[in-house]
Design a binder for this molecule. Structure first.
Ligand code: NAI
Length: 248
């Protein structure tokens, strides 16, 4: 028996990176996996195959998480094809960095849409199911910059702070119905998103981390497993920083 045997997890933006690592970790603990990404191309199909090989049901859905109607449709299909949604991980996210003076309206809208509105879209569609079954775990993938802010990332930091407040509000509303909601605030994690940063910035970040290394996608997946499973059955409305001690 795995920690998540018999559960269905829905993870957004999971064709690669942190989302994919979470999907694999959950599947290795027995969960069936529904995941989304903008497109399910060769990469997404490979993720689907890798997870199915762990002996669970897995399907990737092409959808834009920022789009309300598309998100509702995905949740409807997952309910039909998997029978329930027990765990929701709002992981899809993008950056469009820039200093405030130079930040365009398009940069702001895109980041708030993909990071924050997507979480509303999926939570809104999933809570009726979770309330009915009187059980559910919602995990919002925030960021340490959503707690502390970051120059050059006003849009991203605001979206992540929003995801934290969203998790806390949902935890208060849905707790009496047996639904928990929490946020993970990763620090500097080695993925395609951080590979965009210059070597200089990467070195500077690492020098400020007490554990003196960037995190791995596995570090985040382990925390997500804790929050998804009954190991955290009395934990709700929390934000867990997984950052090697960078922010205390
Ligand atoms: P990534 O860029 O490797 O993966 C993000 C995934 O989301 C991609 O597969 C992408 O196609 C998908 N995606 C983008 N827009 C989408 C949309 N509109 N609808 C559906 N899917 C969409 O990024 P990574 O590093 O794996 O990040 C995952 C989450 O973790 C993000 O929310 C990110 O903000 C957060 N995070 C990452 C950190 C890092 O250091 N890598 C640090 C803190 C938070």
């Amino acid at each position: 028996m795995g920690l998540l045997t018999g559960k269905t997890a829905l993870i957004t933006g999971a064709a690669r990176g942190i989302g994919k690592a979470i999907a694999i970790k959950f599947a290795s603990e027995g969960a069936n996996i529904a995941f989304t990404d903008l497109v399910i191309d060769e990469n997404g199909k490979a993720t689907e195959a890798e997870i199915s090989a762990l002996g669970v049901k897995c399907k990737g859905y092409a959808s834009n998480a920022a789009d309300f109607a598309q998100s509702e449709e995905v949740v409807k299909q997952v309910k039909e094809e998997f029978g329930s949604v027990d765990i929701l991980v709002n992981n899809a996210g993008i950056t469009k960095d820039g200093l405030m003076l130079r930040m365009s309206e398009a940069q702001w809208d895109a980041v708030i849409g993909v990071n924050l509105k997507s979480a509303f879209n999926f939570i809104h569609a999933c809570v009726p199911v979770m309330m009915r079954q009187r059980n559910g775990s919602i995990i919002n993938m925030a960021s340490v910059v959503g707690v502390h802010g970051n120059a050059g990332q006003a849009n991203y930091a605001a979206s992540k702070a929003g995801m934290i407040a969203l998790a806390k509000s949902v935890a208060q509303e849905m707790g009496p119905k047996g639904v928990r909601a929490n946020a993970i605030a990763p620090g500097f994690i080695d993925t395609a998103m951080t590979q965009q940063l210059s070597e200089e910035i990467r070195k500077e970040w690492t020098s400020k981390i007490p554990l003196r290394r960037g995190g791995t996608t596995g570090d985040i997946a382990n925390t997500a497993l804790y929050l998804a499973s009954d190991l955290s059955s009395y934990v709700s409305g929390q934000v867990i920083q997984v950052d090697g001690g960078m922010n205390m």
